[in-house]
Design a protein around this ligand. Structure first.
Ligand SMILES: Nc1ncnc2c1ncn2[C@@H]1O[C@H](COP(=O)(O)OP(=O)(O)O)[C@@H](O)[C@H]1O
Ligand SMILES: [Mg+2]
Length: 278
């Protein structure tokens, strides 16, 4: 497993402040979640971090005949999977590759919000035969090389949809049309949905959130991916905080995630270990 580490910085001070508020205000934070796409106002170091990530992935999974399919996941919600995935797709598109961003978080997908689009119809509707592939592909207004598929109608059986023959065919078709198929998935320690996509993708990127993700959870997520024979391309350390802000988020506990995602089957009383440090 060729592990690389890529760091993304803080994308906005507003988000920084929101994350720093008291635990009792967490529900308020969740209702004001934001979607950030890199633009000309984004600090240089953040853009550069994404550029480096894109470059590292380009060499990690060289293009063959068809397009390359890469999925991202993380241990828990709020690690920044969707933020990293959407911006990674944009980075590839800015380098003149034809890219499609696929929202495979059928339960709580948020890709649509990045493009001010409705989630329905989307991936699940295409997989269930309600809509054709062309009906669910949107061309983004952000970059002409970037298209996307939203998550679609809520389904009671997302895993089954994702591991279906229809999904295999859909990814195969997207590979013929695009250079990169970038897939956002749900948190791997809460749901097995992401594992259904291992066989149809070339590699997986694990997102962890600096000083928030716990080392033991990162290990469990990596074990889970390795057990499923995923080609783990590397780890992205999202929201990396410069040393002067050390410990700022250190008090946050793991249950923060459990409360914030309604998928949960995980035990919030489980013993915590240390969040990621520098
Ligand atoms: N590097 C970052 N800097 C600032 N805010 C971030 C960063 N990464 C994620 N966020 C914010 O954290 C929240 C959760 O991010 P999201 O990408 O939706 O996580 P996930 O997909 O893992 O649940 C969002 O409000 C997002 O804007
Ligand atoms: Mg997400």
């Amino acid at each position: 497993m060729g592990l690389f580490s890529k760091f993304t910085g803080k994308i906005s001070h507003r988000a920084h402040e929101r994350r720093a508020k008291k635990a009792s205000e967490r529900s308020k934070h969740r209702s004001s979640r934001a979607e950030y796409l890199l633009n000309e106002d984004t600090p240089f170091d953040v853009t550069e971090a994404f550029r480096n990530l894109k470059a590292a992935l380009s060499v990690s999974v060289p293009k063959k005949d068809g397009g390359v399919a890469i999925m991202t996941t993380s241990a828990y919600p709020e690690d920044g999977k969707t933020t990293v995935t959407a911006n990674l797709a944009l980075m590839f598109a800015q380098s003149d590759a034809k890219v499609i961003l696929v929202d495979a978080d059928i339960r709580k997908g948020r890709i649509a919000k990045y493009f001010k689009q409705k989630s329905v119809p989307g991936l699940s509707d295409c997989l269930s035969g309600q809509n054709s592939l062309d009906e669910v592909i949107h061309h983004s207004h952000v970059n002409e090389n970037l298209s996307y598929i939203t998550c679609g109608t809520h389904s009671p059986k997302p895993y089954e949809l994702l591991e279906s023959e229809e999904m295999k065919n859909l990814i195969a078709e997207l590979r013929t049309r695009y250079d990169y198929v970038i897939i956002d998935t749900p948190p791997i320690l809460l749901l097995s949905d992401a594992l259904a996509l291992v066989p149809v993708t070339d590699g997986t990127v694990l997102v962890v959130r600096h000083q928030v993700s716990f080392v033991s959870d990162i290990e469990r997520a990596l074990n889970s991916l390795t057990f499923a024979k995923a080609n783990v391309l590397g780890v992205v350390v999202n929201d990396f905080k410069a040393p002067k802000t050390n410990g700022y988020y250190g008090g946050y506990k793991k249950y923060y995630y459990y409360n914030s995602y309604a998928y949960g089957s995980t035990d919030p009383n489980e013993k915590d270990d240390e969040p990621t440090q520098n």
